[in-house]
Design a protein around this ligand. Structure first.
Ligand code: SAM
Length: 208
């Protein structure tokens, strides 16, 4: 059984926007820290991968989809889909049973539209990370904590729906679950708070 785990995000959105680019870079960096591989699968032929992502050592770009990479009888049974609708929660023993952890490459939405069902239909074994929707990088972070560091899901320090304050009056509530960092703040990809602020300013400007 290979000790090195592979974390795959199957690209399901038509494009890779700035939010996803920051999330994927964070996943690539953190996965390198635990000697794993981070793969973005099902990329359209000729897809322009953001330069910052290409430079990350753990990162692999892949045009094949996860079904072609791990067909029935050739590794499919070692793939675990992280699925908010799965009946069983991920637990530290899953480290033994799975080599590949698969996530939907979907931006979080509120209320969630269950686009993970596109991967569920393909018949991979599913595991839930508790009942609250996480951002994709948080879902990968929590999976790594369970699989690599042997946390149980109830040991992970969470922050649900945190409010981000920008200056005196502006704030935005994020409708997701995050891991709480040592500073008590939600762990977010580098650059994400600035991007959220920029997006919030833009929507305020659009009102006028
Ligand atoms: N709104 C979503 C949907 O349509 O399914 C959830 C998207 S979430 C931002 C991206 C991915 O993170 C999901 O496809 C899933 O793999 C993983 N994920 C997020 N929260 C999860 C949870 N509570 N349990 C299991 N997987 C989760």
């Amino acid at each position: 059984m290979p000790e090195q785990k592979t974390y795959i995000v199957e690209h399901l959105d038509p494009e890779l926007g700035p939010w996803s680019a920051l999330e994927y870079r964070a996943i690539a960096r953190e996965t390198a820290g635990c000697n794993g591989v981070f793969m973005l699968s099902s990329l359209p032929e000729g897809f322009q991968v953001p330069e910052e992502l290409k430079q990350e050592s753990a990162f692999r770009a892949e045009t094949r989809g996860v079904e072609d990479l791990y067909p029935e009888g050739k590794g499919k049974e070692r793939v675990c889909l992280l699925d908010p609708a799965a009946e069983e929660d991920l637990n530290p023993d899953d480290k033994r049973d799975f080599d590949v952890f698969l996530f939907g490459g979907i931006l979080g939405d509120d209320p969630p539209r269950d686009r993970t069902s596109e991967l569920r239909k393909k018949g991979f074994t599913g595991r839930r990370l508790g009942p609250v929707q996480m951002t994709t990088d948080t879902a990968v972070r929590v999976t790594r904590m369970v699989v690599e560091e042997q946390y149980t899901l109830d040991m992970v320090p969470y922050l649900d729906h945190p409010e981000l304050k920008f200056g005196e009056k502006e704030s935005t509530e994020m409708p997701f679950r995050y891991v709480k960092g040592k500073d008590g703040k939600p762990i977010m990809p580098e650059g994400m708070v600035d991007l959220i602020k920029k997006d919030a300013d833009k929507s305020i400007d659009d009102l006028f």
